[in-house]
Design a binder for this molecule. Sequence first.
Ligand SMILES: NC(=O)c1ccc[n+]([C@@H]2O[C@H](COP(=O)([O-])OP(=O)(O)OC[C@H]3O[C@@H](n4cnc5c(N)ncnc54)[C@H](OP(=O)(O)O)[C@@H]3O)[C@@H](O)[C@H]2O)c1
Length: 318
Amino acid sequence: MTLHYPKKPIPTSIAVFGASGRMGRPLAEYVRYAAPEIRLRVITSSAAGVAALQKQFPDSEAICASYLDRTSLHAAVEGMEGIFMVSPSGMDEQTAVTNLVDAVREVGTAIHIVRVVGYEPEAIAARVPEILASRGGDASQHFIAKTLLDRSRLPVTFLNCGATMMDNLLFSAQGIRERGTFVHPPRYIPYIDARDFGEVAARLLLSDDARHITQFHTVNNGQDQLTTEEVTEIMSDVLKRRITYDGSRETFMREVGSQLDQRYGRPGQGDYIWDFTQFELSNSVVWSLNNFAERMLGRRPNSLRSWLMEHRQFFLPG
Ligand SMILES: NC(=O)c1ccc[n+]([C@@H]2O[C@H](COP(=O)([O-])OP(=O)(O)OC[C@H]3O[C@@H](n4cnc5c(N)ncnc54)[C@H](OP(=O)(O)O)[C@@H]3O)[C@@H](O)[C@H]2O)c1
């Protein structure tokens, strides 16, 4: 453990975009718990969601702002020293990041920005196949965001979700419940609990270690890099029921595709995810587990088995 390292000030105010989401919410909860003195601004882009967000974080300021609305964005980062930026699949990052960078510069108070990205370390935009690049989305948008943020010279840490989030498995729950069949694309990928990911982001913002600025930290739980068949085995074991695996595109599109379209508000998202996982599979050799989350959390991150134990009621018949 290094005892001497360059120090950065810890933000006295933090703005959390996507604060009702699966990453932003645990981040905000951790900041509230660990540093209640910090001025916390929780943000949603949905006007209808502000009241619920305020209720969830009564001691914080809940507001509505969108990366695509410059005026709201300016108000969102006004007076903020720490900023968490997560964007949804398919976001127009050129516009979103340009707007955010402009707002942050105009306001001039930011000392640390954490931006969520998601791609294999060492991957480059040019390797994203046309079938994905032409549609925009997870496979290409983070390269655009990173390039723009690097160019801005703002104090950014890139938090790379080098894993699939465990709660993605809930999209497949119905087939498991009703037929004991796990419908999922063939994958070989690390896992992370979104709550742990959010806490890692919070701990980065609360850290006084200046070395995090400009870093690209890849996050996974350090223990589960699994094929879909291996996940099926763990499921069977946890549920005490023999689960079979169906990795066909046809079943996936029929049973999971439309849920994804709906969840992400993006027609064709299911189809995109299928193509994305096919691309990922052919590049999976570059994934590897690491201990970054464990070091940041000061504990072992949640395992997929524990997550399944905790959520087994969603997968059991009835
Ligand atoms: N899913 C995975 O397993 C995975 C794996 C690796 C990387 N990633 C990356 O991680 C990121 C988050 O993924 P996710 O699946 O958790 O997505 P998500 O649930 O859609 O989260 C995105 C967040 O962005 C906020 N948001 C949406 N539109 C906005 C706007 N116009 N302005 C400001 N905020 C906006 C949303 O909150 P409001 O709607 O309340 O504003 C939401 O909480 C994505 O960039 C994805 O590529 C995901």
